[in-house]
Ligand binder design. Structure first.
Ligand code: PGA
Length: 261
């Protein structure tokens, strides 16, 4: 059986200018060092706005911090006449490991559909970035089709358009749980994360399903992270609001202490 290293990912959304981003990662590094954090046990990644990425990169690299970082979006195109867009190639040059695609806020604010999310996933893979593919149902979807149907269908469109050996991360984020303070229960998260893993197995094979990390996101906090991480198919969390508070985010990263206790 493949060991999947837990990933705690902080999605800053449109928060922190580049100066604040530097102060944040420095404080995060000190706090986790004090807590004897080891990246071997839990991987930490931050997702700053585009304008912060260069500052975050130089801070992390010059102090040899054990954090990964990524962007919150990318263009499906490689270059050219696409005013305001950012290419995966540029993100790769900045040392990004990851890029979020298909976050529900982009699906809503920018009318991104499953085909565009699939195209962005392919663009990320083309440039050597690991896409964090976000899927999730609204309250209406859940009432009409149950919890898993929409997230599984969203993921299928992406999976069917990429190579079977692609390295991706999947994030299950029920739309009703994002920023609402009302997280899914661990059982609800497990049910959908397991359905997503079955879909990965069906489209990409068992090896891909075994190695691909599936995260839960939506009102994750230090008080509930351990209960999600106890579930067999939850391999980490995509954290929004709680990732903006260094102490709270550090406590989330240290969830193994609560699981062992
Ligand atoms: P939240 O956001 O933790 O503030 O609910 C999660 C996300 O949107 O990724």
């Amino acid at each position: 059986m493949v060991e999947r290293r837990p990933l705690i990912a902080g999605n800053w959304k449109m928060n922190f200018d580049h100066l604040r981003s530097i102060a944040f990662v420095q404080k995060l590094a000190w706090t986790l060092k004090d807590a004897k954090y080891s990246a071997g046990q839990v991987e930490v990644a931050v997702f700053p706005p585009f304008t912060d990425i260069r500052s975050v990169q130089t801070t992390i690299e010059s102090d040899r911090m054990e954090f990964a970082f990524g962007a919150q979006d990318l263009s499906p195109h490689d270059s050219g006449a696409h005013t305001g867009d950012i290419s995966g190639e540029f993100l790769a040059k900045l040392g990004c490991t990851y890029v979020i695609v298909g976050h529900s806020e982009r699906r809503m604010d920018h009318h991104e559909d499953d085909e565009l999310v699939a195209a962005k996933t392919r663009a990320a893979l083309l440039h050597g970035l690991v896409p964090v593919v976000c899927v999730g149902e609204t309250t209406e979807d859940r009432e009409a089709h149950g919890a898993s149907a929409v997230p599984v269908a969203q993921l299928r469109v992406v999976l069917e358009s990429i190579a079977k050996d692609s390295d991706i991360v999947v994030a299950y984020e029920p739309v009703w749980a994002i920023g609402s303070g009302q997280a899914a229960t661990p059982k609800e998260a497990q049910e959908v994360c397991s359905a997503l893993r079955e879909e990965i197995a069906a489209v990409m094979g068992n090896d891909a399903a075994e190695r691909t990390r599936v995260l839960y996101g939506g009102s994750v906090k230090s008080q509930n992270i351990a209960s999600f991480m106890r579930e067999a198919d939850v391999d980490g969390a995509l954290v929004g609001g709680a990732s903006l508070d260094v102490d709270e985010f550090s406590r989330i990263v240290q969830f193994p202490k609560h699981i062992i206790a």
